[in-house]
Design a protein around this ligand. Structure first.
Ligand code: NCD
Length: 306
């Protein structure tokens, strides 16, 4: 599971049906033993809170076991071992591997040498497919549909892997429009825009948040991926004009009817005075990560959750 391109609409719809059942298990209403005896190994070589813990929670909620390593400096890669050799070894311990790595393409390299499912939990500025699965599930729950929606994405669109996966996945739906708002130095990669056009997605770019929120149904805010820059100061200065605040939403007349998402963590990009608006869905979005990842494990292992 390295890219959203592995998900067509049928597979997505099945996943969302199973996620509905998994919500009841995640809430403790019923107990699952679907993955009893199976072991997940989490390999996180970049910082993470919600992705690692929600993958772990998902596997545990299905009755499985979880082992994690969280820092490259504590792994044999610090001794010079290649990613491929590390994966070949862990492949013999685990029934599934979740990998977060700083290099684009790392998950595909791992999947190429593994015999067990490898799940991409973020490969540098590449993709973050499971985040996109939970983002769209959240849109579906908050808005009741995905077809025909207008989604605005704001922030570091160059390095933000969540917006890369999400915009590609939106190409599976009908009549979707996307507005991209970022400083020009942090714009969506041109190759990705071409891919969207080829998939029939209607998109435009704008140079301010005000212009992005005007007609959108959903506003997807992201932070500056400061860790991708040798010196993030110039980019930080530019992105400071793309902060989403309550005042901005009120002035645009959009404080009551806009669904606001963020993959989190936020820094200065989304002010906390937005949190009490009815459409501020980002903590609900984070919580959806557990049932979605449970549904994904059911899909990968070919089991029912109950
Ligand atoms: C995102 C990531 O790691 O790409 N976080 C997450 O998994 N929810 C977004 C980010 O770090 O900005």
């Amino acid at each position: 599971m390295v890219s959203v391109s592995q998900f067509d609409r049928d597979r997505l719809e099945r996943l969302y049906q199973v996620a509905g059942v998994c919500e009841r298990i995640a809430a403790g209403e019923t107990v699952s033993r679907a993955l009893a005896g199976r072991l997940l190994i989490n390999l996180f070589f970049e910082p993470s809170t919600r992705t690692r813990l929600s993958f772990g929670s998902a596997f545990l909620r299905l009755g499985g076991m979880v082992e994690s390593t969280v820092d490259e400096s504590f792994s044999s890669m610090a001794k010079g071992e290649t990613l491929e050799d590390t994966i070949r070894v862990i492949d013999g311990y685990a029934d599934a591997i979740v990998l977060r790595h700083k290099e684009k393409g790392a998950a595909a390299r791992a999947a190429a040498v593994a015999t067990r499912p490898v799940i991409n939990a973020g490969d540098g500025p590449g993709e973050h497919p499971t985040q996109a699965l939970l983002d769209l599930y959240t849109v579906l729950k908050e808005r009741g549909r995905i077809d025909g929606l207008h989604i605005a994405m704001v922030g570091d669109l160059l390095n933000g892997r969540t917006v890369h996966s999400l915009s590609k996945l939106l190409g599976r739906f009908e009549g979707v429009r996307i507005t991209f708002a970022s400083p020009s130095i942090l714009a969506m990669p041109p190759a990705l825009l071409e891919e969207l056009s080829a998939a029939g997605v209607s998109w435009r770019t704008v140079d301010s948040v005000d212009r992005a929120v005007g007609e959108a149904d959903v506003l997807y805010v992201t932070r500056l991926q400061a860790e991708r820059f040798a010196d993030p100061a110039a980019a930080a200065q530019q992105i400071a004009h793309f902060v989403v605040s309550r005042d901005l939403l009120e002035r645009a007349g959009r404080s009551q009817d806009l669904t606001i998402l963020h993959p989190l963590p936020r820094v200065f990009d989304l002010s906390t005075d937005v949190d009490s608006l009815p459409g501020a869905a980002y903590f609900r979005q984070a919580h959806n990560g557990v049932p979605i990842r449970m549904a994904l494990f059911c899909d990968l292992f070919g089991v029912d959750p109950l």
